[in-house]
Design a protein around this ligand. Structure first.
Ligand code: SF4
Length: 69
């Protein structure tokens, strides 16, 4: 059985390009300044794992961490 993924945006690294949000709107939200934050506690719902990895791969600031739990 594969583990659940949990994402986390490092607010010190995020520069607000919003690529994560456009690739995976179910997983990320933007604050008033346009910086991204994981939705809820960052747990990735089943079926959205590929979007989580895609968002991480496309973040130009390497601000997205993914943990397998
Ligand atoms: S793609 Fe990366 S730098 Fe851009 S908003 Fe998302 S986490 Fe921040």
């Amino acid at each position: 059985m594969s583990g659940t993924l949990r994402i986390h945006v490092d607010p010190d690294k995020c520069q607000g390009h919003a690529r994560c949000k456009s690739l995976a709107p179910e997983l990320f939200e933007l604050d008033a300044l346009g910086n991204a934050h994981e939705i809820g506690d960052g747990t990735v719902p089943a079926g959205l794992e590929d979007k989580a990895w895609l968002a991480q791969a496309n973040c130009p600031e390497f601000a997205i961490a993914i943990k397998e739990e």
